[in-house]
Design a protein around this ligand. Structure first.
Ligand code: ATP
Ligand code: LTN
Length: 334
């Protein structure tokens, strides 16, 4: 890389509207880590078409997502924020890595199993090889660290396996990436069913807090959150609803669970839920305001998209050429 910093890569799909789960599990950590690493944050639009999309809608969501990366606090002049589809190296490396990945490995992926159940009418080959494209994303930039929520661990493991396998054959080509999973917030659960993860594709809007929800909606959804019939605010597995709310509260306020439990000692569920709703609404308000302002500045966002695609292409091509040589493709004649 251009300086001594280690490299960080992560991405999100522009499907649906981002939830508090995406924010606390991933985006918020991206901001925290962005000073320490040389960062690439991608809008993974190639991944999005593994599920059928409306083209105009996908384009709009992709732009909103990139804008939201900035609104959440990522400085676009220091971090490389770009669209996966603007860097053809992702697809090219993905093809090569497909030839180093086994069907049996891909068959074990739980996300593939979940998504093919949900979209039984469109179990396409892209959905199956999704993890290989994700491996290509990460390996293309020689990434050291990949901050994600816990649900992406299996994809990180297969990425490491593919990279090791390739390195064993061709020498040290790829950096082996490490996952970065936050201590809290790595798995935010649905507000309506705390045994299921909060997900942007959940059909019930009360299950998720969307990053663009207004403060009233946020507080209302927390008030309606499913909890158990008890009274005490405790962080235990047999109170999954309260545990989830404590996780949210602590991740946002940066308090420890012990501090939060003490703070709400003797208080009822109603008061606790209201407090969680308020801290979330207060935390998201400035993000929403910045998003509103940035969305109006077309020229600024366009400039970011152009400059960062060039930067990402530059680094991607370096790895890609090396890999192409290793596997035996002929050199380009200049
Ligand atoms: P979908 O419902 O469309 O599958 P999703 O909400 O699960 O989407 P992804 O786009 O798959 O979101 O994930 C983007 C990032 O957010 C990933 O790093 C993922 O691990 C993280 N993430 C998603 N949901 C949660 C959650 N409930 N808690 C913590 N992190 C999450
Ligand atoms: N599969 C991820 C999105 C993703 C990603 C990546 C995350 C695609 N490529 C590379 C980290 C690194 C998801 O969140 N569903």
């Amino acid at each position: 890389m251009m300086n001594d910093k280690k490299v960080l890569f992560s991405g999100m799909q522009a499907t649906g509207t981002l939830t508090l789960g995406n924010y606390l599990g991933a985006l918020k950590n991206w901001v925290t880590l962005s000073d320490e690493y040389e960062c690439f944050y991608c809008v993974v639009d190639l991944h999005s078409i593994t599920i059928r999309q409306d083209p105009a809608e996908l384009r709009k969501r992709a732009r909103n997502l990139l804008t939201l990366y900035i609104a959440a606090g990522l400085d676009p002049t220091k971090n490389c924020l770009y669209y996966q589809s603007h860097v053809s190296g992702h697809a090219e490396l993905s093809w090569i890595l497909n030839c180093f990945t086994y069907m049996g490995e891909l068959n074990r992926m739980t996300q593939f199993k979940d998504k093919s159940q949900k979209h039984a009418d469109n179990i396409n080959a892209g959905l199956f090889t999704y993890p290989v494209l994700m491996a290509a994303d990460i390996l293309l930039f020689q990434s050291d660290v990949v901050p994600v929520g816990i649900d992406q661990m299996q994809h990180l493991e297969i990425t490491r396996d593919i990279a090791q396998r390739f390195n064993n054959i061709y020498g040290d080509v790829f950096t082996i990436p490490e996952p970065y999973i936050g201590k809290t917030g790595a798995k935010i659960m649905s507000l309506q069913d705390p045994t299921k993860k909060m997900s942007k594709s959940d059909e019930n809007p009360n299950s998720s807090i969307y990053l663009m929800d207004d403060p009233d909606a946020i507080v209302r959804k927390f008030k309606r959150a499913v909890t158990d019939s008890g009274k005490e605010i405790l962080y235990t597995d047999d109170k999954p609803g309260i545990k989830n709310l404590l996780d949210i509260y602590c991740t946002i306020t940066q308090k420890t669970v012990e501090e939060a439990v003490k703070e709400f000692d003797g208080k009822g569920y109603g008061e606790f839920k209201l407090a969680v709703g308020e801290v979330v609404a207060d935390h998201l308000r400035p993000v929403q305001e910045r998003f509103g302002q940035l969305s109006k500045d077309k020229a600024f966002i366009d400039g970011i998209i152009k400059d960062n695609a060039e930067k990402a292409n530059y680094f991607a091509t370096k790895t890609l050429r090396k890999v192409q040589r290793k596997v035996g493709f002929p050199d380009r004649i200049r």
